[in-house]
Design a binder for this molecule. Structure first.
Ligand code: KOT
Length: 808
C-alpha cells in the first residue's frame, strides 16, 4: 500500500514528465522517441541534482574543511541516470511513474551513452572514489580532461577486434554544465629569457601559443544524502575561433589550422592501459589539465582566503593519480613564483605539503619518461623549473644525506636525457602510496627502494576499493533486497555490516533465494549473450568469467589454453563425467598491441571450434562479448560463479574487478597477486581457490633471466598437444597463432603461462569438485559477499583521509 504522500509524488512526477517530454521534443508523450523519453527524464533528474549541487557549493564556501582535488587523466564514470535516480531515493517513484505512463524504464535507461573517459581500473577507481566521497559527505572534487572521443568502441569481426571511434557527445550530454566564464589560458611553446628592468632581473616568456581551457562540470551525487561534489573536465578551444590575420589575407586553411590544432589536445583519450605512449600530444594533454586545474584552484582559494596563500596546504590536498598529472609539482611552483610572486623556498613548502602521489603499476613499460628536448620545446618554463628542482634535490642528497654521485644519479629526476615522471612525482610530494599491500611492498623494496631508504615516512599503502552502490546495489537489485530484508539497510553505508549475513549460513530458505538470484542473473546474462553473439548457453553451467583489459600479464592466454585443453580431454574421452562450463571473456586490446589482439583472435577461434563441435554436446561454451565497458560489467558481475584473477604474481598492482565479482558472490580463482591476497585473508583459504607461483618465486626466476619453458613443454604432453594446435591448422580458416607459440617457447614465456599451467589445471579441478556440493558452494559464495566490506571504496577513501591527506 502506498501512502498518500507517495501517491502524490508519483502523480506530480508524471505531470512534470509529460510536460518535460513536450519541452524536449515538441511532441506529445505518445509520439515521443525513446531518446526523447531519456532526455526528459535526464533533465528532470538533473534539475533536482543541480538544486542540491548549488546548496553544497554554498555550504563548502562557508565551512573551512580541507578540500581534496583528485587530478587524473582518466575518470571512467559509467552511465549516470540510474545512479542519480537511486541516490535521490527516487527509484520506486520513477519506476511506477514510467510504468503507469506505459513506458519501459530499462529501455529509457539504455538510451544513455556510457562515457568511456578511461581505459580500465585506474579511471574507474577515480569514479568510485568520487562517488564514495560524496556519499560520505566529504569535500572532494575531480579534475581531468573532457575528451571529445572516449575509448574506442570494440567490434568483433571474423574473430578480430575492430575499433570504431566513440562519440559519446553525439546526442548532447545532459549531466554537464559548460562554464565559459571560468576558462583559463594555457601556454605552450615560446621563448624564455631574463631581462633587466629597472636594475632587477625579470623573467620574460614570449611567442607562446595560448590555448583556451574551458571547464565542464559534472555533479557527483552522494547516495541518499544531499551532498553533490564536482568533477571538472577541461576542454581545449582556440582563443579566437579564427586566426583573423591569416583569414584576412585569404589564407583560409591557415586560419582554421590554429582552431583544429587547439582542439586536438582534448580530441581523444589515449587507448593504452598500463603503457606509456611517449607522444607529444599526450604530454600536451598532461600539462593542459594540470595547468588549468591548478590555476582555478589557486585563484578560488585566494578569493576565499583574503588573497593569502600561507595556509594553502592545510586547507587543500592535490592528489596526483599515477604520473600523468605529475607536472602538478613544477606547475604549482611556476604559478606560486611567476604569477603570485612567492620565493622559491616558500613556493616549495606549499607545493610539497599539498601534493600526494599514488602509483598504480610497476610494469616498466608503463613508467612514464619524457625526452628532455620535448619538454623543453613544449613547456620551456616548466622544464627550467624541473631542472632546478632536480639540482636542489641532488644538492640536498649530497650535502644532507651524504650520497655519492652514483647514488644521486640513480635518484635523479633527469636520467639519460629523459624526465622520469615517477621520480618527479615522489620528489615533489610528501606521500607516495601503492594500491594493495603486496604492491606497496614491491614499491618499497624494489621500484622506489632508493627513495624509501631516504624517506621511509613518506611511503604508505591504501588498498583499492569499489563502490557497492554501483557494483552491487544498483546492478544486482534482487540480491540487494534479500540482503536488506535479512540484515536491514545499515550495510549500504557501512559495508562491513554485510558480515551479519553469516547468520544465514545454515538457513535453507535464505540459501534457496540466494542461489535463485544468482541463477536469475545468469539467465539475464544468457539472454544478452544470445542476443549479441547468437550463442545459446546453459544458465545451470558454471559461469567462469574473465573481464578486463587484454594484456599479457593478465594472462587471458592461460585461461584460453586451459579451455583448449578441456576440449582435448572431452574429445579424447567423450563419455567422461564433465560439469558443464561457460567461459566468458570480454575486454579491449590497445589498438597498437599486436599480441593482445592475437589473444582475442585465439579466444574467438577456440569459441568457434568448441561451440560448434557436436561431440562436445554443449558441455563447454566459449563466449567473447564485444565492447566491454562499465554498463556491460554491471550485467556480468552479478552473473559470475568464478572470477578469474590470474595475473602473473607481482604484476597486477591491485585489480578491482576481483572486488566487484566478490561482492556479487563469485568465487575468486586467482594467483597470490595484488588485492587477491587480501581477498584470501578476508574470506579465509576455504573460500577462495588459489594457484601458481608467488611473487617472490617470479622475481627469483626473473633475476636468473627467466625459467626454461622448453623444459616444461618437454615434460608435459598436454602442453605439447595444445602448443601444436596453435600452429597445425586446428583452427582452419581462422589461421595459426605462430606469434603466441613463439612467445611461449622461443621467447621463453615472460609471463610464466606454461610454468603455472599445471597448477591452474589443478585449481580448476578443485572448483569442479566443490561445485558439485551445492551447500558448500553456497557457503563459499556467502562468505565472499559477507566479507567484501573492506573492499568498499568508502573504506579506501577514509583510509586516504586518515593516512594521506590528514583530513580526519
Ligand atoms: C598506466 C598507464 C596508462 C593508463 C593506465 C595505467 C594503469 C592502470 N596503471 N595501473 N593501472 C591499474 O590501476 C588499477 C587501479 O589502481 C589497479 O587495480 C590495476 O592493478 C592497475 O593495472
Amino acid at each position: 500500500m502506498k501512502s498518500p504522500t507517495q501517491l502524490k509524488e508519483i502523480e506530480d512526477f508524471k505531470s512534470a514528465y509529460i510536460k518535460k517530454i513536450e519541452e524536449v521534443s515538441g511532441e506529445y508523450l505518445a509520439l515521443s522517441s525513446h531518446l526523447n523519453q531519456y532526455q526528459a527524464l535526464a533533465e528532470i533528474v538533473m534539475e533536482k541534482v543541480a538544486t542540491q549541487w548549488a546548496k553544497t557549493s554554498a555550504q563548502y564556501d562557508t565551512i573551512p574543511h580541507k578540500r581534496v582535488y583528485l587530478f587524473s587523466i582518466e575518470f571512467l564514470i559509467g552511465r549516470l541516470l540510474k545512479s542519480y535516480v537511486n541516490s535521490l531515493n527516487w527509484e520506486e517513484t520513477v519506476k511506477i511513474a514510467m510504468h503507469e505512463l506505459g513506458l519501459d524504464y530499462q529501455t529509457i535507461l539504455d538510451q544513455e551513452t556510457d562515457p568511456g573517459l578511461g581505459n580500465g581500473g585506474l579511471g574507474r577507481l577515480m569514479a568510485c572514489f568520487l562517488e564514495s566521497a560524496a556519499t560520505l559527505g566529504l569535500p572532494f572534487h575531480g579534475n581531468g580532461i573532457h575528451y571529445k572521443h572516449g575509448l574506442f568502441e570494440q567490434k568483433i569481426i571474423n574473430g578480430e577486434q575492430v575499433e570504431v571511434s566513440d562519440n559519446w557527445l553525439r546526442n548532447g550530454y545532459p549531466f554537464e554544465i559548460r562554464k565559459p566564464n571560468e576558462s583559463v589560458i594555457v601556454k605552450f611553446y615560446g621563448d624564455i629569457h631574463y631581462e633587466k628592468v629597472n636594475g632587477a632581473l625579470t623573467f620574460v616568456y614570449e611567442n607562446y601559443e595560448p590555448i583556451l581551457a574551458v571547464p565542464y562540470d559534472l555533479p557527483v551525487k552522494g547516495y541518499h544524502n544531499s551532498t553533490v561534489n564536482s568533477l571538472r573536465l577541461w576542454s581545449a578551444e582556440p582563443l579566437d575561433e579564427f586566426d583573423l590575420l591569416s583569414f584576412n589575407k585569404g589564407q583560409f586553411i591557415d586560419a582554421v589550422r590554429h582552431k583544429s590544432e587547439a582542439e586536438a589536445i582534448t580530441q581523444i583519450l589515449y587507448p593504452n592501459d598500463n603503457e606509456a605512449g611517449g607522444k607529444l600530444l599526450r604530454l600536451k594533454q598532461e600539462y593542459f589539465f594540470v595547468c588549468a586545474g591548478l590555476k582555478r584552484i589557486i585563484s578560488r582559494f585566494k578569493r576565499f582566503n583574503q588573497n593569502c596563500l600561507d595556509d594553502f596546504s592545510e586547507k587543500i590536498a592535490i592528489h596526483i593519480n599515477d604520473t600523468h598529472p605529475a607536472l602538478c609539482g613544477p606547475e604549482m611552483m611556476r604559478i606560486l613564483m611567476d604569477d603570485e610572486g612567492l620565493s622559491w623556498n616558500d613556493a616549495w613548502k606549499i607545493t610539497q605539503n599539498s601534493l600526494t602521489f599514488t602509483n598504480h603499476t610497476v610494469l616498466p613499460e608503463a613508467l612514464e619518461k619524457w625526452p628532455v628536448e620535448m619538454m623543453k620545446f613544449l613547456i620551456p618554463r616548466i622544464y627550467m623549473i624541473i631542472e632546478e628542482i632536480n639540482r636542489q634535490f641532488g644538492e640536498s642528497l649530497r650535502l644532507k644525506a651524504g650520497l655519492n654521485e652514483l647514488q644521486i644519479s640513480a635518484l635523479s629526476i633527469i636520467q639519460d636525457n629523459q624526465i622520469n615522471m615517477a621520480n618527479l612525482a615522489i620528489v615533489c610530494s610528501h606521500s607516495v602510496n601503492g594500491v594493495a599491500e603486496l604492491h606497496s611492498k614491491i614499491l618499497k623494496e624494489e621500484t622506489f627502494n632508493g627513495y624509501y631508504k631516504l624517506f621511509p615516512e613518506r611511503f604508505h599503502s591504501v588498498t583499492n576499493g569499489v563502490t557497492p552502490r554501483r557494483f552491487l546495489i544498483n546492478c544486482n537489485t534482487n540480491l540487494r533486497d534479500l540482503i536488506t530484508e535479512s540484515i536491514g539497510t545499515e550495510w549500504i553505508k557501512n559495508l562491513y555490516d554485510l558480515e551479519n549475513l553469516m547468520r544465514f549460513k545454515n538457513d535453507l530458505a535464505f540459501a534457496k533465494r540466494f542461489c535463485q538470484i544468482k541463477l536469475d542473473n545468469k539467465i539475464r546474462l544468457s539472454h544478452y549473450i544470445k542476443q549479441q553473439n547468437q550463442i545459446v548457453v546453459n544458465p545451470e553451467s558454471i559461469f567462469d568469467i574473465q573481464v578486463k583489459r587484454i594484456h599479457e600479464y593478465k594472462r587471458q592466454l592461460l585461461n584460453a589454453l586451459h579451455v583448449l585443453h578441456l576440449y582435448n580431454c572431452l574429445k579424447a574421452n567423450p563419455n567422461q563425467e564433465f560439469i558443464p562450463r561457460t567461459f566468458i571473456f570480454a575486454g579491449k586490446a590497445a589498438p597498437g598491441y599486436y599480441f593482445a589482439k592475437e589473444i582475442i583472435k585465439l579466444i574467438n577461434a577456440i569459441a568457434e571450434l568448441v561451440n560448434n563441435d557436436p561431440a562436445i554436446h554443449d558441455r563447454i561454451k566459449v563466449v567473447f562479448l564485444a565492447n566491454f565497458n562499465v554498463s556491460l560489467g554491471e550485467i556480468i558481475y552479478p552473473a559470475a560463479n568464478i572470477s578469474e584473477q590470474i595475473s602473473t604474481a607481482g604484476k597486477e598492482a591491485s585489480g578491482t574487478s576481483n572486488m566487484k565479482f566478490m561482492m556479487n558472490g563469485a568465487i575468486t580463482l586467482g594467483t597470490m597477486d595484488g588485492a587477491n591476497i587480501e581477498i584470501y585473508e578476508a574470506v579465509g583459504k576455504e573460500n577462495i581457490v588459489t594457484f601458481g607461483l608467488s611473487s617472490d618465486e617470479v622475481t627469483h626466476y626473473e633475476k636468473q633471466g627467466g625459467y626454461s619453458s622448453i623444459e616444461v613443454y618437454e615434460s608435459n604432453e598436454h602442453i605439447q598437444k595444445i602448443m601444436h594446435q596453435l600452429i597445425d591448422g586446428t583452427f582452419g580458416h581462422l589461421g595459426n597463432f605462430q606469434s603466441i607459440y613463439d612467445s611461449l617457447l622461443l621467447y621463453n614465456d615472460t609471463y610464466f603461462i606454461l610454468k603455472d599451467f599445471d597448477s591452474y589445471l589443478g585449481a580448476q579441478k578443485r572448483i569442479n569438485s566443490i561445485f558439485q556440493d551445492k551447500t558448500k558452494w553456497f557457503n563459499m559464495a556467502l562468505h565472499n559477499v559477507a566479507y567484501s566490506g573492506r573492499f568498499s571504496s568508502d573504506r579506501a577513501v577514509l583510509d586516504y583521509q586518515k593516512k594521506i591527506w590528514k583530513t580526519i
